[in-house]
Unconditional design. Structure first.
Length: 365
């Protein structure tokens, strides 16, 4: 008899209006709010561990010949426990094990990550004046009227539906700190950036272009003044991962978060499978020299655009990285087709893959 999955359906509904409007400022109080919105079974689904949300199964964090891992509810709260190792804890501890982080030393980062998966920003990081972090965004011309934040539920859903992007990808990108939200010229926008704020590019959440303004023509993407096009966005946030998925452009960057999550979920028992998306948003194919040390010793996979410009850019990136990284490889999409019959030219197209074209390509090879 199979061990039944924990029933999560009854936790999907609740007093969300009251919870979402609860303006808490203390991180530990905020975690209590997150546990009401996104309890452990739902969190495990969103990080790709839904199959382990059972009362007894093999551990997702180590080789486990005999089932010894369990998820259970006690006193209205959720916990996990590995009966073989003694490891146990709540949702924060689970995320810490999932990301190989120390739950105490990285508590704030884990709360930000949890907020991303729950789709509920931390009020203290968005609205609190006393504890607001220094505004690094001034380095690239983002004013106080254009504060970057974790986004509202409405902004997250609007972004997801308009392109469309998988919601799981958006949540993970937000939790990593490489996706933020703002208002710009009266529009809800999302920003691709990282903790350095060396590069900030905005797009409208509704996927429409920005209107022409003064000397600026109508444009899909708005690069904030002072942005460094050669900076690889997310490279600093990739340091805990041995592998990097290096992509070009915003759509591929978001798509990479979904592809990596899917891949990691399917191989999760192998704890050495760790990969972080990093994006080049410029077309020069050259990485800022200051960023190169972050690639040292990494395994890098280049996702190559199908046009000539994309292939030339990938070649320049390989030439610059080959003496720094431990390994570098290409991922190409030649011969693959989308479900609508169009060729797969990039990673975003790959999300709409026609799997019959994969079988055909395999037969030809």
């Amino acid at each position: 008899m199979k061990t039944p999955l924990v029933n999560v359906n009854r936790y999907r509904k609740g007093a969300f209006i009251e919870i979402m409007n609860n303006q808490v400022t203390d991180l530990r109080e905020h975690v209590k709010v997150l546990k009401g919105i996104c309890p452990m079974p739902i969190l495990m689904e969103r990080i790709g561990l839904g199959e382990y949300s059972k009362r007894l199964c093999r551990s997702p964090f180590r080789e486990d010949r005999k089932p010894s891992f369990g998820v259970f509810e006690s006193g209205g709260s959720w916990f996990f426990k590995d009966h073989a190792t003694g490891d146990s804890g709540d949702e924060i501890d689970l995320l810490a094990m999932h990301c190989s982080l120390d739950s105490r030393g990285n508590f704030k980062d884990l709360v930000v990550m949890y907020s991303g998966y729950a789709g509920h920003p931390i009020p203290s990081l968005v609205t609190s004046r006393s504890k607001r972090p220094k505004d690094r965004s001034k380095k690239v011309g983002v004013t106080n009227k254009q504060q970057l934040n974790l986004g509202t539920r409405e902004q997250l859903m609007k972004m997801s539906k308009a392109r469309p992007y998988p919601l799981e990808a958006i949540l993970w990108a937000a939790s990593r700190g490489v996706l933020r939200f703002t208002r710009y010229f009266g529009h809800d926008c999302y920003a691709i950036t990282d903790c350095t704020r060396k590069q900030v590019e905005l797009r409208r959440c509704d996927n429409l272009p920005f209107e022409a303004y003064k000397d600026l023509c109508e444009r899909k993407t708005h690069a904030v003044k002072g942005s460094n096009k050669s900076w690889p966005v997310g490279v600093v946030e990739s340091q805990q991962f041995p592998s990097i998925a290096l992509v070009e452009g915003i759509p591929d960057f978001i798509a990479a978060h979904y592809i990596v999550l899917y891949e990691q979920a399917s191989h999760y028992s192998k704890t050495d499978v760790r990969c972080a998306p990093v994006a080049m948003l410029g077309s020069s194919g050259k990485i800022d020299e200051e960023a190169l040390p972050y690639f040292k010793g990494k395994q890098v996979r280049l996702f190559v655009h199908g046009d000539d410009a994309g292939k030339k850019s990938a070649s320049r990136l390989e030439e610059q990285l080959k003496s720094t990284v431990s390994d570098i490889s290409y991922i190409v999409f030649d011969g693959l087709m989308q479900a609508n019959g169009s060729p797969v030219n990039d990673l975003f197209d790959f999300l709409n893959l026609d799997f019959k074209s994969v079988d055909k390509k395999n037969r030809e090879e």
